[in-house]
Design a protein around this ligand. Structure first.
Ligand code: 5GP
Length: 198
């Protein structure tokens, strides 16, 4: 019988560079899959339905929760976000390893389940750097940035519940660190797909 896949939970305050790091991990470990979450947040420019998120209405989200179809869900920065139960369970059953990019509340729910995730928290070197990154991203209003920074402080206080903490002070070093961690968990050296090799 095939071994079950491994489940990875990655959390970070907004602006810590999590998306870049997760993208790089997925590029280097082609056997790893990404769980696309559902959200009630509006799409940002360039975001694609079904790839970045499943963008749904509040009513559709509530229906999914009430039907028991969410493995975990939480309200984050004023919107709802959740992970599809069937996608995660079926992937792990097939032996596929998965990354969930979810907030601390969702991570706690997964840690309290019997799924035994490997959990990783990514931090920016300081709140000032976080603010600068959120401002230069240019995707959020002043109110949203302030809310995200306030929530970041709350999230950072809970970093010790995670198995691993990575400080994203220099991107190349943080990439090496997170890839080494995944290599040790799912075996083998991180592989760069042929088409991406220099
Ligand atoms: P953003 O709006 O910047 O894409 O994401 C905001 C926050 O929601 C991030 O911390 C992200 O990890 C979290 N998030 C994304 N998907 C999920 C999910 O399915 N469940 C939970 N609990 N949080 C999520």
């Amino acid at each position: 019988m095939k071994d079950k896949g491994k489940l990875f939970v990655v959390s970070a305050p907004s602006g810590a560079g999590k998306t870049t790091l997760v993208r790089e991990v997925l590029r280097r470990f082609p056997d790893l899959s990404y769980s696309v979450s559902h959200t009630t947040r509006d799409p940002r420019s360039g975001e694609v339905h079904g790839k970045d998120y499943f963008f749904v209405t509040h009513q559709a989200f509530t229906d999914l929760v009430e039907q028991g179809l969410m493995l975990e869900w939480a309200q984050v920065h004023g919107n709802c976000y959740g992970t599809s139960k069937s996608f995660v369970e079926e992937s792990l059953e097939k032996g596929l390893s998965l990354i969930l990019d979810i907030d601390v509340q969702g991570a706690r729910q997964i840690m309290d389940s019997d799924l035994k995730p490997v959990s990783v928290f990514i931090m920016a070197p300081s709140m000032e750097v976080l603010r600068q990154r959120l401002e230069s991203r240019g995707t959020d209003s002043r109110e949203v940035i302030d809310l995200r920074l306030k929530n970041a402080d709350q999230e950072i206080r809970q970093k010790n519940i995670y198995d691993h903490v990575i400080v994203n002070d220099r991107l190349d070093r943080a990439i090496d660190e997170i890839c080494a961690l995944f290599a040790s968990e799912i075996g083998g050296a991180s592989r760069i797909p042929m088409e991406n090799k220099g």
